[in-house]
Write a protein that binds this ligand. Structure first.
Ligand code: ADP
Ligand code: MG
Length: 349
């Protein structure tokens, strides 16, 4: 990362723990009736009329993110998205989050201000209240853990386990962008190491770089499904790649599936960047990860309601469990679906 030499660097120790918490959280506003008490007491107090969903994620520097190309503002935003995506994958609406951080003294106050600016933007856009957290020190690097709360009517909640044979397999958006964006950023990082004066030209990669650095959780899809009066039979968010998420759905629902290679939605920028990197775009869509799209199964009866919608693509259908999980290739060959996963893919390179 290019460090601005003129930038102010206020040591965290100069504020003290409580001063720091007050400073970082002073802008957070409570917007939900379900939040009775937010930041400032020993615990936050919520009042829910509906079912409550709860999810948490832990992000560790140099495991889940690399600050040499991830601006802290984006990291804050993305950390919130990762959690909200899990709430939406339950077909629920997110309402509150808590944010916990462990931070080493290598970070000045200004760095945490950036992180919290991203968190605040995400909370505002997605309409969630930041109701608490914890702040502590770390001997190396940054850890950020977010917990999200959401609510839904009991009958609206969608689990991974409800898919039935003949249900359609449907995905939102397009796949593989986040992974290819990461490849571009990794490449630029190497170039920068060799020649720090070489400013990266990312103009041709704006979409995929944004998919990596600033993903959006699909809150809009939860609303869309309501509007279309479609309740998926099963749903999961795509954090680890299409393959592994399909396998989760199949396993929890005790069904098999046929996934059609030629139906997998890919952005033109993903296709062209895959060509440039000489990687197969299907492999990337299947194993890339971090796309934060939603993968769902819906009853065939609901097909007329979704068929014209540009946000939803039918990519296959579910089968009996003993039929197994398959990818039907463009050559109409049927091959067993494998989950390489995001981590193993990046390790193998
Ligand atoms: P305690 O010692 O009881 O855990 P803290 O002093 O850690 O309380 O926190 C005081 C208040 O500030 C609590 O409401 C807590 O949830 C909130 N808080 C602490 N750290 C953060 C943070 N990083 N982000 C948001 N809220 C925080
Ligand atoms: Mg605490």
């Amino acid at each position: 990362m290019i460090e601005d030499k003129n930038q102010q660097r206020t040591p965290l120790s100069s504020l003290g723990e409580f001063g720091l918490i007050d400073h970082l959280t002073k802008n957070f506003k409570i917007t939900h009736d379900s939040t009775l008490k937010g930041i400032g007491d020993d615990a936050a107090v919520m009042k829910f009329d509906k079912e409550v969903v709860l999810t948490t994620d832990l992000l560790v520097e140099n495991v889940h993110f690399d600050l040499s190309y991830m601006p802290l503002k984006h990291l804050g935003y993305k950390a919130v998205m990762v959690n909200l995506s899990d709430v939406y994958a339950m077909n629920a609406m997110a309402s509150q989050i808590t944010v916990s951080i462990a931070v080493s003294n290598r970070f000045p106050l200004e760095a945490l201000e950036e992180l919290y600016a991203g968190i605040e933007t995400a909370a505002q856009i997605y309409g969630v209240d930041v109701v608490g957290g914890d702040t502590t020190s770390s001997t190396s690097g940054l850890l950020i853990s977010i917990t999200a709360l959401g609510e839904a009517k009991k009958e609206d909640i969608v689990y991974r386990s409800g898919a039935k044979p003949n249900d359609l397999l449907v995905v939102t958006g397009d796949l593989g962008g986040a992974y290819m964006g990461l490849q571009v950023l990794e490449r630029e990082k190497e170039v920068f190491k060799v020649n720090p004066n070489n400013q990266p030209d990312l103009d041709t990669y704006t979409y995929i770089v944004e998919r990596q650095l600033k993903p959006e959780a699909r809150k809009d899809i939860v609303q869309l499904l309501k509007d279309l009066e479609v309740k998926p039979t099963a749903m999961i968010d795509i954090s680890d790649g299409l393959s592994s998420e399909i396998m989760h759905l199949c396993k929890h629902s005790k069904v098999g599936c046929d996934l059609y290679e030629n139906k997998i939605p890919l952005d033109p920028q993903v296709i062209s960047t895959c060509e440039e990197f000489n990687i197969d775009s299907t492999t990337i869509a299947l194993n890339g990860g971090e796309d934060y799209e939603l993968l769902m199964t819906i009853s065939q009866d609901d097909y007329p309601k979704i068929k014209a919608n540009p946000n939803l693509t039918v990519i296959g259908y579910m089968t009996e469990e003993n039929a197994g999980m398959h990818l039907v290739t463009r050559a109409e060959e049927k091959i067993p679906l494998k989950a390489q996963g995001w981590n193993s893919l990046s390790e193998s390179e």
